[in-house]
Design a protein around this ligand. Structure first.
Ligand SMILES: [Zn+2]
Length: 460
């Protein structure tokens, strides 16, 4: 496969079962691309989370090699609060950096983990990690004025708070954001020089998390006939139509991708991981709060604590190891035995009725080629990601059905989606495609040698 240019529609969280099965006949532009191209599931990273998934896609490196394991990571083995891994923590070369070296020009718009922006041969607009538009979030810097001018006066990086009760306002805000982003894309496709063009729409992820209960008949709170029942479907149709307007502007002989960083699935509830550790005698607090409260490391009695966990779509478990953590109690010689014990306990924990849910606790060294920086001791998918992890304490329950950080109905699934269309692509469904395969395939398409340390392989 060779092409002069590559265009990537990045759709954060776009779900393969919705695009390829449920709504295949309602999304004409995506269906047409898939019918003429290769398509299928795209296996995400472990964990299947926006950060690190997009960067893994753009570098073809796993999270262990990248050295971050989610949005928030431990800086050291101290008990400090976690830090956000933004672009300044990305040490591996991204696709557009490799392209810049080969004198190719890129337009990169809103790809997660690109804030703060780094120089490239082309134009870059930072992602949703941008704290506010007053900062320098584009490269070159003056592009931010052009963005606002093209986007009805106010380019929206991301919706402010998708875990809100005000669903009507949120829905409108998502549409406004998406409409304006596509206005910029349509202009730049025509007016900017590019060999490689990629943008990521966050609205798909936001609408899943906020509206999944209305959409999925299997969701605990699904109500037939609710006025928001088709909010997600209608938005998919809108996005499909917008994609169609961009496709009409892309020069022939361009290789076109539609990709997501992970999929979506219904969320059954949350497992209160720290409550569980307290009941098991593995975690002791100095003061037990009477109502749900975020776990603060300053409230942990380290002399009686073997491990603690973080909330999120998956759980990260950290162990309190002698000589590693400041007040560690697990003897290093006992580390593996203790870790296996914690893993077994987590995997045996069922739902609120005690039924098995199929939790898997992974050891990072089993998932990654190398384990850089401070990895969690265990990476846990409760119910294979049907359940999220609630890190709060004072819940007085092991299972909760309201999210401790605001309403959220969907969890991430390990399977994202991809469509690949363009010169030389043999149409048909592909099995076993991984997020790591995107970058080498793009390089090979543009005639650039694939670095040997990339994990993925060129899609045939
Ligand atoms: Zn994502």
């Amino acid at each position: 496969m060779r092409a002069d240019r590559v265009f990537i529609f990045g759709m954060d969280c776009m779900a393969p079962q919705l695009v390829f099965e449920q709504w295949r006949h309602e999304l004409p532009n995506l269906a047409r691309l898939a019918d003429g191209g290769a398509w299928g599931e795209l296996r995400s990273t472990d964990p299947p989370i926006t950060v690190p998934a997009w960067t893994a896609m753009m570098t073809s490196k796993d999270p262990g090699t990248l050295g971050f394991y989610g949005f928030r990571n431990r800086k050291s083995y101290d008990y400090d609060e976690l830090y956000f891994a933004n672009a300044s923590y990305v040490k591996e070369k991204t696709l557009w950096q490799l392209l810049s070296r080969n004198r190719k020009t890129s337009v990169v718009l809103g790809v997660p983990q690109t804030y703060p922006p780094k120089p490239l041969n082309g134009t870059l607009v930072g992602c949703f990690l941008t704290p506010d538009k007053g900062t320098s979030y584009t490269y070159p810097d003056e592009v931010k004025y052009e963005l606002d001018r093209l986007a009805e006066g106010d380019y929206i990086i991301d919706v402010k708070d998708f875990r809100t009760e005000d669903k009507d306002a949120l829905l409108e805000h998502i549409y406004t954001m998406t409409r304006r982003r596509f206005m910029v894309v349509r202009d730049w496709v025509k007016t900017k020089d590019w060999d490689f063009f990629m943008f990521v729409e966050m609205g798909v992820d936001r609408i899943h998390h906020a509206f999944w209960r209305y959409h999925d008949v299997n969701h605990r709170l699904y109500e037939k006939g609710h006025k928001l029942e088709f909010a997600i479907r209608d938005y998919y149709k809108y996005v499909d139509e917008q994609i169609g307007t961009v496709l009409a502007l892309i020069p022939k002989d361009t290789q076109i991708w539609v990709v997501s960083d992970h999929g979506a699935r219904t969320m059954a509830g949350a497992v209160c991981v720290n409550e569980f550790f307290m009941r098991e005698g593995l975690l002791t607090l100095k003061d037990k709060p009477a109502k749900p409260t975020k776990l603060k490391t300053s409230n942990i009695d380290w002399s009686k604590t073997a491990c603690w966990g973080e909330g999120g779509y998956y759980s990260r478990i950290f162990m309190n190891v002698k000589g590693r953590e400041p007040q560690g109690i697990i003897e290093p010689s006992d580390y593996e035995r203790t870790r296996d014990m914690i893993k077994a306990k987590l995997e045996a924990l069922g739902d609120e009725k005690g039924n098995p849910i199929g939790t898997v606790a992974h050891k990072p060294e089993d998932l990654y080629r190398t384990v850089n920086n401070v990895a969690p001791d265990l990476i846990v998918y409760f119910g294979d990601l049907a359940w999220r992890s609630a890190g709060s304490v004072g819940m007085d329950a092991l299972h909760v059905f309201e999210n401790d950080t605001g309403p959220d109905d969907a969890n991430h699934a390990k399977e994202g989606m991809f469509i690949l269309s363009g010169p030389g692509v043999v149409p048909g469904k592909r099995e076993g495609t991984r997020i790591y395969d995107v970058a080498p395939t793009v390089l090979s398409t543009l005639g650039i040698p694939v670095p040997e340390d990339m994990i993925g392989k060129v899609i045939k």
